[in-house]
Design a protein around this ligand. Structure first.
Ligand SMILES: *Cc1c(COP(=O)(O)O)cnc(C)c1O
Length: 489
C-alpha cells in the first residue's frame, strides 16, 4: 500500500463515509489538477464531474485565481475581522452587494432609476450588508440567528418559528440541521435540535398527487398537476398566522434543492411561495450555497443573474453563499442581508444589541482575494459564453440517457443535473439504499476516469464551467456505460 494511503487509513476519518467500507480499498489520492482534470499520485487522469463536491467553477489551478492568491500572500495571509478591516474583504463585500442586487429587483433603484447599466453600483441596494463566515453551514446558521433575533426584537410577543422545505439540507451545524429535513442525516441528532416546520417540496417525479400515467413523456410534463404543494405552503403559513405567531422566516434552496437529490422546482414555484411568505410577514432566507455564482445557468427571457432566486424574480432578505464563492478554492462564506435587519442590531454599546457571533477566520484575506478573482472571471464575456454553451451541450448530452431502462428522471437546471436511477422506468420503483445503486455506478465511473458522488440513487453531474464540450460528452457517455454495466440484471 502506498505510504499516503496508509497514513490516510490509519488517521483520517472521512466525512459522510462508512469507514469500514473505506478501509477495504485503496483510496484515490489526488495530487494535482488543471481545469476540469484531476490527477492522482500515480498520474491517472480523472474528470471532476461534480466540481469537487459542488465548489469549483473555473477549474483547478486557474492562473488568474492562483495569481490573486499569490499576490495576497505576499502581503498578508490572515488578520482578524474583530476590530480590524482588510483590503480584499472590503472590496469583495462591495462586489457581492453589487452582484446580489440586480437593478430590476431592487425596489429603491426602480423608483429612482429604472435602467441602471450593469455593474453600476446601486445607491440603495436592498441586500446591503455582508457578514462573512467560513462554510455553507455557518452562512445559514448566521442567517438563522439574525432572523431569530430580528423577529424577537420586532415581535416580542411571539417565539420565533421557522419553516423550510421537505428534504431540505442547509448544513451540518446544529441550527442548520434543525432547518434540515433529511431523516437519514438528521434523525440521530433529534435530541439536540429545535423544532421547525416543513412544507412539501415540489418533487414532481415522486409527487404523491401526481396521477399522471407513468409514461416517459409524463415524467417531465406532469399534466395533472394542481399545485397541491403550493396549497400546503399556504395552509401552513395561514395556520401559523391564525395563532398570531407568523413564521419568522422561510428558508429554502431556490430553483434546485441539492442534497435532497437535485430536486428541480417548476418554473414559477419559488416566485409564488415567496409571495405567500411575504404576505404573511415572513422573512425569506435563500440558501444559495449550492446554486449561487451562476450554477443554475441562464433562463430564456430572464435577465442574467449569478443567483437562482433572481431567476424567479425573488429578492430574499438573507442570501447565504459559500461553496463556489472563492471559485471553490478556499473555505469562505457570506450572509448578505438588508439595512432593516442590520438596524435592529444598532444601539448604544451598553444596550448590548450587538450581533454576538463570529469566527476566527471571518473575512480571511486569501479567500477574499480568490473570490474577487472569481467574480472578475464570472463577469468576463468568454466565461459567460462558455457557460451558455455548456448548459446547452449538457441538456443535449443528457437526453441520450432517457433511453436507459434504469433512468427514471433527469433534472437539469443550468449547469447542474440529477439523474435518478430506478429499477424500471415504467414503475418508478426505487432501489433500496442498501443496494448502493448510486455508489456502485459512481465507483464504476471512477474506474473509467470520471469522478462524482451520488445522493442515494441519484447521480450528480455538475461540471466546472471551464469543462469543454468533449469533456462533458465524456462524462455523460461514461455515466451511461456505467449505469448499463452495473445495473443490468
Ligand atoms: C453544501 C451545502 C450547505 C453546507 O455547506 P458546507 O460548506 O458543507 O457547510 C448548505 N446548504 C446547501 C444548499 C448546500 O448545498
Amino acid at each position: 500500500m502506498h505510504p499516503i494511503a496508509k497514513a490516510d487509513r490509519l488517521y483520517v476519518w472521512h466525512p459522510f463515509t462508512q469507514m469500514r467500507d473505506w478501509a477495504k480499498k485503496e483510496p484515490i489520492i489526488i495530487a494535482g489538477g488543471k481545469g476540469s482534470l484531476l490527477f492522482d499520485i500515480h498520474g491517472k487522469e480523472y474528470l471532476d464531474a461534480n466540481s469537487s463536491i459542488w465548489t469549483n467553477i473555473h477549474g483547478h489551478n486557474h492562473p488568474k485565481i492562483n495569481a490573486a492568491i499569490n499576490r495576497q500572500l505576499q502581503q498578508v495571509a490572515h488578520t482578524s475581522a474583530l476590530g480590524l478591516a482588510n483590503v480584499p474583504a472590503s472590496l469583495l463585500a462591495a462586489e457581492l452587494v453589487d452582484a446580489a442586487n440586480p437593478p430590476d429587483l431592487n425596489a429603491s433603484s426602480r423608483v429612482s432609476s429604472p435602467a441602471l447599466p450593469q455593474g453600476h453600483r446601486l445607491k440603495n441596494p436592498l441586500l446591503s450588508k455582508v457578514f462573512y463566515s467560513d462554510d455553507g453551514s455557518t452562512a445559514t446558521e448566521v442567517a438563522l440567528k439574525l432572523a431569530y433575533e430580528f423577529s424577537r426584537r420586532t415581535r416580542p410577543e411571539s417565539k420565533p418559528r421557522f419553516l423550510s422545505l421537505s428534504g431540505a439540507y442547509h448544513g451540518d451545524t446544529i441550527g442548520a440541521v434543525s432547518m434540515g429535513h433529511i431523516d437519514l442525516f438528521h434523525k440521530a441528532y433529534d435530541g439536540l435540535l429545535f423544532k421547525t416546520d416543513q412544507v412539501r417540496a415540489p418533487y414532481c417525479y415522486r409527487c404523491p398527487s401526481n396521477k399522471a400515467a407513468p409514461e416517459r413523456a409524463d415524467a417531465r410534463t406532469y399534466r395533472q398537476c394542481r399545485n397541491e404543494c403550493l396549497d400546503d405552503v399556504e395552509m401552513k403559513l395561514d395556520r401559523q398566522a391564525r395563532r398570531k405567531t407568523p413564521y419568522a422566516a422561510f428558508m429554502f434552496e431556490p430553483v434546485m434543492q441539492g442534497a435532497a437529490g437535485m430536486i428541480a422546482q417548476p418554473q414559477g414555484y419559488l416566485r409564488q411561495v415567496a409571495g405567500m411568505a411575504r404576505s404573511h410577514g415572513t422573512l425569506l432566507i435563500a440558501d444559495e450555497v449550492m446554486t449561487g455564482f451562476g450554477r443554475t445557468g441562464f433562463r430564456e427571457g430572464v435577465a442574467p443573474s449569478l443567483f437562482a432566486s433572481h431567476q424567479e424574480g425573488v429578492q430574499p432578505d438573507f442570501l447565504c453563499l459559500a461553496k463556489a464563492m472563492t471559485g471553490g478554492y478556499l473555505p469562505m462564506a457570506a450572509t448578505l442581508t438588508t439595512r432593516t435587519v442590520f438596524d435592529q442590531f444598532l444601539g448604544k454599546y451598553e444596550d448590548f444589541k450587538t450581533f454576538f457571533h463570529g469566527h476566527s477566520f471571518t473575512g480571511n484575506q486569501l479567500g477574499a482575494a480568490a473570490s474577487l478573482a472569481s467574480m472578475e472571471l464570472l463577469r468576463s464575456t468568454p466565461v459567460q459564453n462558455r457557460r451558455i454553451q455548456l448548459q446547452r451541450v449538457m441538456s443535449d448530452e443528457l437526453a441520450s440517457l432517457w433511453s436507459l431502462p434504469n433512468v427514471g428522471d433527469i433534472r437539469q437546471e443550468g449547469l447542474v443535473a440529477g439523474i435518478e436511477l430506478v429499477k424500471d422506468w415504467r414503475t418508478r420503483t426505487p432501489f433500496d439504499l442498501s443496494q448502493r445503486a448510486g455508489l456502485k455506478v459512481c465507483e464504476e465511473m471512477a474506474s473509467r476516469g470520471i469522478l462524482t458522488r451520488p445522493i442515494g440513487s441519484i447521480l450528480v453531474l455538475m461540471p466546472p464551467y471551464c469543462t469543454t464540450p468533449s469533456q462533458l460528452r465524456q462524462m455523460v457517455t461514461v455515466m451511461g456505460e456505467a449505469i448499463q454495466k452495473v445495473l443490468k440484471r
